[in-house]
Design a protein around this ligand. Structure first.
Ligand SMILES: [Mg+2]
Length: 323
């Protein structure tokens, strides 16, 4: 996608700067730098998250109908609540829409969003509408933790690394939508219709099964890298164990690996588990989880072939400000 070359800063470096801002409210349990903030209000923990989808950066308007775009906007935000082991409860939707847009389209987008939210037990309670050069769909969610919230920072050397579902189908779908690859229309659903892993995140938090978690938005390696940095550890990923999406079967191994590791937009959960707690991992119908590697002391990520040989893989997930 044509990314705005907005500055010299990397997205990660910018977030690091924000983390240094003075905080100092005793009801902020966890501030900037995880999938959600954890705050206390009225004696209860709340999860807060916000994210924006920008036309021609994250999606193209003609890729889907307005209702589908609304549903997707909810799902990609709810994924951050899932990564904390929470359930979304209240949503705010702030829209920037081009002046050419018909009221009926706007209304279909909002209805699609609200219906997806409702299906997950979340109420749309407000928002804002403005005109602008292109679409921006900005979502703020308030969630409730289902047990102890899952953070990025709890992984320790020796923990097993798991990922839910399958990897790479959404990245392949995006390439089909962009016209860079051939594919069937049905193969674009992995990008257009992501599912937030709310049931799994909640079950992991309830079972106290996971030591750390994050969702896969930017790419498996990049997001696992965030988890490792927050935990002060490294990780080894076994390439042969990755749950490649079946649509990737027709591709050469190298491309399959690239899409699964660096593609992004899968909205699956990466989580880490102490070896002896593996039996606590909840088994949910239709939500497979796969052990893909192990947390190791030190820092950095390595990807290993079945032979044990290290594969030269670059971490190349999505960074808005990369040149
Ligand atoms: Mg996230």
């Amino acid at each position: 996608l044509p990314i705005e070359r907005a500055g010299r800063l990397s997205e990660l470096a910018f977030i690091e700067r924000l983390r240094a801002l003075p905080g100092g409210d005793r009801d902020v349990e966890l501030g900037i730098g995880d999938d959600c903030a954890i705050v206390r209000a009225g004696g209860r923990r709340l999860l807060l998250t916000t994210d924006a989808l920008v036309e021609d950066v994250h999606f193209r308007w003609r890729w889907d109908g307005p209702a589908g775009i609304g549903r997707r906007a909810f799902a990609v935000n709810a994924s951050d609540i899932a990564a904390m082991g929470g359930t979304p409860r209240f949503a705010l939707l702030s829209l920037v829409a081009p002046k050419r847009v018909a009221t009926s389209e706007l209304s279909r987008l909002v209805r699609g969003f609200a219906a997806a939210a409702r299906a997950s037990g979340c109420a749309l309670v407000g928002g804002n509408l403005s005109s602008g050069a292109r679409w921006m769909i900005s979502v703020t969610l308030v969630g409730e933790p289902c047990g102890m919230p899952l953070r990025r920072s709890g992984a320790r050397a020796g923990d097993l690394v798991y990922v839910s579902g399958q990897l790479g189908a959404a990245a392949l779908a995006r390439e089909i939508l962009l016209g860079r690859r051939r594919g069937r229309a049905s193969e674009t659903a992995a990008f257009l219709r992501p599912t937030a892993r709310l049931e799994l995140g909640a079950a992991l938090a309830r079972a106290r099964a996971a030591t750390a978690a994050i969702d896969v938005s930017d790419g498996l390696l990049q997001d696992l890298g965030h988890l490792c940095r927050a935990s002060g550890v490294g990780a080894v990923v076994e390439a042969e164990r990755l749950p490649y999406a079946s649509v990737l079967r027709r591709l050469p191994r190298r491309e399959r690996l690239e899409l699964a590791l660096n593609g992004g937009e899968d909205y699956e959960l990466i989580f880490t588990v102490r070896g002896q707690r593996a039996e606590r991992i909840p088994s949910l119908p239709r939500v497979p989880v796969t052990a893909i590697g192990r947390i190791v002391p030190g820092s950095g990520l390595r990807v290993r072939a079945a032979s044990g040989e290290a594969l030269p893989v670059e971490v190349r997930g999505f960074d808005h400000f990369r040149r």
